[in-house]
Design a protein around this ligand. Structure first.
Ligand code: NAD
Length: 338
């Protein structure tokens, strides 16, 4: 099977490409083409562990480029679309690129998929399209009520993807996952931002009262869920991927401080993010009926992740100039995974 992974040089897409090629995936994949624009968030170093694999081909390019995408779709069996602008704070400051890539880019992929008669398409989305929920958990039928420009652009893409499945019969499924963590995450997102800042002896910015709640899932569990949806998901259906660990941002901060040998004196309260969603929570029972179970316990996954950042300063130091909150970077803050 030949899989085209868009955004495969990013955090989750990179993990997915490594998984397909290093034997962790049960899917019978012999070729992987990565299409990635290499924005500030894309990094070829994320593919270094599989760079010499004979089945890997990397193409630098834009998912919104019709000619390039049509050419690449000619001989692939499956497309998994991770490519997106992903940082909520950036979307609040400057939403245009989010509309261009997340909405128009996705529509371009859908058009090419129809034209090529693509056998299978998996579109990667997020729980943020549902908005914010005080109690209970979202099922896939929940109305979309996104609050940030990032989430609104992702919701737009989801609706276009479902419309393409329903109108044209494209064999397409959507995944909506909760906050991911793990190695190779760009240091503007909360866990790598806090860890890399504390490892350098800096102070970390905590939004508002710190009581916003997120459900944290290890990136390996997310990618395991994507494999399952690719293989067994039905066309025109959405699958939530969650089941990690619900934590307030304060509690998450405490755990990171402990693991990095720091205390609350290293925390700098900052004004809350505009329109900051209070809580995300997913009901993932639909995917569980296909056999999904998250496997990485949060405490272990977090400890391993922090160790990874400790041991890979060569990976993250060069990225700091593009990461907000870094001494050499801008003045923003982030307490979200995406
Ligand atoms: P990321 O920002 O780390 O990576 C995005 C990748 O897409 C980068 O490699 C970038 O270069 C590439 N890209 C951006 N614009 C492109 C374009 N126009 N053409 C081609 N490539 C382009 O993001 P991530 O955290 O790995 O997220 C991947 C996907 O998963 C996104 O669709 C996101 O919405 C979704 N998601 C993320 C999370 C999370 O916690 N990070 C949770 C749920 C869903």
């Amino acid at each position: 099977m030949h899989v085209l992974v868009t955004g495969g040089a990013g955090f989750i897409g990179g993990n997915y490409v490594r998984r397909l090629l290093d034997g962790r995936s049960d899917l019978a994949v012999d070729r992987v083409t990565v299409l990635d624009k290499l924005t500030y968030a894309g990094n070829l170093a994320n593919l270094a562990p599989v760079a010499d694999h004979p089945g890997l081909r990397f193409v630098q390019g834009d998912i919104a480029d019709p000619d390039l995408v049509a050419k690449l779709f000619a001989d692939v069996d499956v497309v998994v679309n991770f490519a997106a602008e992903t940082h909520v704070d950036r979307s609040i400051r400057d939403p245009a690129e989010f509309i261009r890539t997340n909405v128009l880019g996705t529509q371009n992929l859908l058009d090419a998929a129809r034209a090529a008669g693509l056998p299978r398409f998996v579109h990667i989305s997020t729980d943020e399209v549902y908005g914010s929920i005080d109690e209970g958990a979202w099922t896939e039928e929940w109305p979309l009520a996104p609050n940030s420009p990032y989430a609104a652009a992702k919701a737009g893409a989801d609706l276009l993807a479902l419309a393409c499945a329903r109108t044209h019969g494209l064999n397409l499924s959507i995944t909506r996952c909760s906050n991911n963590y793990g190695p190779y995450q760009f240091p503007e997102k909360v866990i790598p931002l806090f860890v890399t800042t504390l490892l350098r002896g800096g102070s970390v910015p905590l939004y508002g009262d710190g009581l916003n709640i997120r459900d944290w899932l290890h990136v390996d569990d997310h990618c395991r869920g994507i494999d399952l949806v690719l293989a067994k998901g039905e066309s025109g259906e959405v699958y939530n991927i969650g089941g990690g660990r619900e934590l307030t941002n304060r509690r998450l901060t405490e755990l990171i401080l402990d693991a990095c040998g720091a205390d609350w004196s290293a925390v700098r309260p900052v004004a809350d993010r505009k329109g900051h969603d209070r809580r995300y929570a997913l009901d993932d029972s639909k995917l569980r009926t296909l056999g999904y179970r998250p496997r990485v316990a949060f405490e272990e996954g977090l400890a391993e992740t922090i160790t990874w950042y400790r041991e890979h300063t060569d990976w993250w130091r060069p990225l700091l100039s593009a990461a907000p909150g870094a001494p050499t970077g801008g003045a923003g803050a982030s307490t979200d995974a995406d």
